[in-house]
Design a protein. Structure first.
Length: 220
């Protein structure tokens, strides 16, 4: 019953700018967290001990990708979050309820510290991307009895049920945060952003930091 536009936001630290572009346009975020032993813990790292060139232990600050992406998503205005706990099929996890509960507790604590409301804004789901478990079809009792017996949702059901915040007043003043600005091959200035309120038409004048701009064409 819901039309969904998927925007890939790469999880690797080398592609954080691409992740920001995706989060900037999103209404709902999907935070994919690995349940595999070691991988989940790495994603939540805030600092790490290393041995420096002199053979001494030194603590350096490292923000795990799970934390960094959650912070960026919240700062970009993503108000609803689905936390998909992936790789539940891994031998180190084996669909363990204890492992799922541990991940839910630790991730929820961090998301709440960012301003999310657990009851209204966050939903946690165990999934297996490799085998497609709990993506569009409910899991069997035999595979994950602690989840399926309580009629808990699949990923698609959770996505369909998320109530997103309404956008700004279409009749209000034009407001569009800009996340990309460049000149095309015709040396025309191209501005990319998301309209938060108001509207704009070809020929309208808009202002950026006190400077006036004339709108020549608009694409959606």
């Amino acid at each position: 019953s819901t039309t969904v536009t998927l925007m890939d936001a790469p999880g690797h630290k080398s592609f954080v700018p691409e992740m920001i572009s995706g989060a900037f346009e999103a209404d709902v975020g999907v935070l994919v967290v690995s349940a595999r032993e070691g991988e989940f813990e790495t994603g939540l790292l805030l600092e790490k001990e290393i041995i420096d060139e002199f053979g001494k232990f030194r603590t350096i600050e490292i923000v795990g990708q799970t934390l960094e992406h959650a912070i960026l998503a919240k700062s970009m205005g993503v108000s609803k979050m689905i936390v998909a706990v992936n790789k539940m099929d891994d031998p180190t996890v084996a669909w363990s309820k204890d492992r799922f509960d541990q991940i839910e507790e630790e991730v929820a604590e961090f998301l709440i510290s960012l301003g999310y409301n657990k009851a209204e804004d966050i939903v946690f789901l165990p999934i297996s991307g490799l085998f497609g478990n709990n993506i569009d079809k409910k899991m069997s009792q035999a595979l994950c009895p602690w989840w399926s017996r309580y009629l808990c949702p699949t990923f698609f059901q959770a996505l369909n049920s998320r109530k997103v915040a309404k956008r700004g007043d279409p009749n209000g003043p034009f407001r569009m945060p800009i996340f990309e600005l460049f000149n095309n091959e015709d040396m025309e200035t191209v501005v990319i952003g998301r309209v938060e309120s108001g509207n704009i038409r070809v020929g309208d004048n808009s202002a950026k930091q006190g400077k006036s701009y004339h709108s020549c064409s608009i694409s959606r």
